[in-house]
Design a protein around this ligand. Sequence first.
Ligand SMILES: [Zn+2]
Length: 395
Amino acid sequence: MSRASTPVIDPVELTRDLIRIPSVTPADEGAMDVLERHLTALGFHCRRLAFEGPGGEGVHARIENLYARRGTASPNLCFAGHTDVVPTGPSDQWSAQPFNAEVRDGLLYGRGAVDMKGGIAAWVAAVSQVLAEGEPKGSLSFLITGDEEGPALHGTKRVVETLAAEGEVIDACVVGEPSSSQHLGDMIKVGRRGSLNSWITVTGKQGHVAYPERAANPAPVIARLMSRLNDHVLDQGYEGFPPSNLEITTIDIGNPATNIIPAEAKARLNIRFNPRHTGDALIEWLNREAGAIQAETGLQITLDHLCSGEAFLTEPGAFVSAVQDAVEAELGRRPEASTTGGTSDARFIRALCPVLELGLVGQTMHQIDERVPTAELEALTAVYRRVIETVFERL
Ligand SMILES: [Zn+2]
């Protein structure tokens, strides 16, 4: 009897077990083992996908990832998340030790409580409840990485590439990031803006300010270029997204002398862009603008760019409304479908299937005294269970 064969998992205890493992990115410290043990007991086929290469600051990193699937039937509903956490900051400023998983006055304290060990534990617990009721109609899967809070080079991105190359079909994916704003379930994230950083250098020729004809001053050139870029209107917005925005984050010359024309001027900018743009198209535009100023002034302008994520939007449809309906049925609150906030691993998963983020209230994420009400972990488990049931009814 399947009813008796699978364990029912307590979301609070599993969250505590995970918090006690100090998996500060990119370290795993056994976090993936804990998950694998539980998922194996629930009948999942677990695959560890470890990837290595240069990580943050170019330091070699070896990242643990896990893809676990239960069943072969369609649809395949995936839950995605990360077991790595951000550093604690000064632990003496915490009112509870960050890896002790202390519960006080109904609040569970610890690094990763909301971002996002609590979310992972709630989905595992929800799955255990669903399985206790019988065999679900489709497959359930987990895509868990240990490289989300860092540079995210060897985590979800590479797992998605591997699964895509193998032809693995995922029909829909819920990412367990703390998407709720004020109250559990008040917000899901259905898209994110893209982000592009650019580094700009104008090279001139140093000289005496009294003899400008013997020098070439990069300062007015960079001022002209930056002002031109800043004045450009990228767009007026896109379905649920604000207008794309370019911010100049620094302009540096650092010339301490009053009588020297500097040799070099540097600047940096960041563009947060909606799905009207791609990173490549924006890079092309920036290079073109710089090329025009270079042609006008004769000073060499070089640019470096790094696009850390493309913009995406999961369009309204059966999956998004199934999730919204499930949350509303459970909590009496219909989540707003939002595209605000920073980037998440959903940007990689969108290559496979419709993806959205639904999780705890994000208020204390990355902070000193990160914490979650244990009642909210129980409530999220009930929400996730309802999401699984509703998605299997409708997809
Ligand atoms: Zn997170």
